[in-house]
Design a protein around this ligand. Structure first.
Ligand code: HEC
Length: 188
C-alpha cells in the first residue's frame, strides 16, 4: 500500500516537472528583472526604536480621540465610506492613506469583528490606566514600536515604519486610554 503511494507520488512528480519544462519559457527577456536584494532591503524593518511621548500630545482632546478611533477601526482611506474626522487624510496624493486596522487584532468598545491576536483593550482605562499598571508613555511606545517592550511581538510597528507620524500616535494613544461608553445594543 505504502509502496504504491510512493510510486504514484513519483509518477506525479515526473509528470509535473515534464509539464513545467515544456511550458517554461525564458521570461528574463520579456520582463525587466528587478534586483531582488534591493526589494528585500526596502521591506526589512528598521531596528527597534525608543520614543518619548511628545508634550504636545493632548490625551483629553475629544478631536484627537475621534481621530484615534478612526485610525483604530479602519484599514485605509480607500475603504472608508463617508467622511473622515477633521484633520484626517483619506488619500496622500493618489495613494490611499494607511490606517492602523488595530481592530483586526484587538477587541475594544464598539469593535465590529474585533480580533483576538492582541489583548482585549475594552475598559482599558479602568483596568490598566486607573490601576496604574500602564501609563501614557507605555501606550505611546507600544503603538509607536511594540518591539521595545516585547521583541517577539506580533503587533505592527507604526512610528519607526512611518506608517503614522507622532501626532497620529498621540491620537491613537488618546483613544486607547480614553474612557469609552459601551455601544448601545441595537434594537431587534
Ligand atoms: C497583527 C496584530 C496586531 C495589530 C494589527 C495591532 N496589535 Fe496591538 N498588540 C498585539 C499583540 C499580540 C499585543 C500583545 C503584546 C505584544 O506582543 O506586544 C498587542 C498589544 C497592544 C497594546 C498593549 C496592551 C497592554 O497594556 O498590554 C496596545 C495599547 C495595543 N496593542 C494597541 C494597538 C493599536 C493602537 C493598534 C493599531 C495601530 C494595534 N495595537 C495593532 C497585536 C496587534
Amino acid at each position: 500500500m505504502k509502496q504504491s503511494i510512493k510510486q504514484f507520488t513519483l509518477a506525479t512528480a515526473v509528470m509535473l516537472s515534464a509539464t513545467v519544462a515544456l511550458f517554461a519559457a525564458d521570461l528574463t527577456k520579456a520582463y525587466d528583472m528587478p534586483d531582488a536584494s534591493k526589494l528585500i532591503e526596502k521591506d526589512l524593518l528598521a531596528e527597534p526604536a525608543k520614543f518619548i511621548m511628545p508634550k504636545s500630545c493632548k490625551l483629553d482632546d475629544l478631536e484627537a480621540i475621534k481621530r484615534g478611533s478612526f485610525f483604530f477601526h479602519n484599514l485605509n482611506g480607500k475603504k472608508v465610506k463617508g467622511d473622515a474626522p477633521k484633520g484626517v487624510k483619506k488619500f496622500i496624493g493618489k495613494k490611499a492613506k494607511q490606517y492602523g486596522n488595530c481592530v483586526a487584532c484587538h477587541n475594544i468598545e464598539g469593535a465590529k469583528g474585533g480580533g483576538n491576536i492582541g489583548p482585549d483593550l475594552t475598559n482599558y482605562k479602568t483596568i490598566f490606566v486607573d490601576s496604574k499598571v500602564r501609563d501614557a508613555q507605555f501606550v505611546y511606545q507600544k503603538i509607536a514600536d511594540p518591539r521595545i517592550d516585547n521583541k517577539n511581538t506580533h503587533m505592527t510597528v507604526n512610528l519607526t515604519t512611518k506608517l503614522f507620524d507622532e501626532s497620529e500616535i498621540c491620537d491613537l494613544t488618546a483613544y486607547v486610554m480614553a474612557k469609552k461608553e459601551a455601544p448601545k445594543k441595537e434594537k431587534k
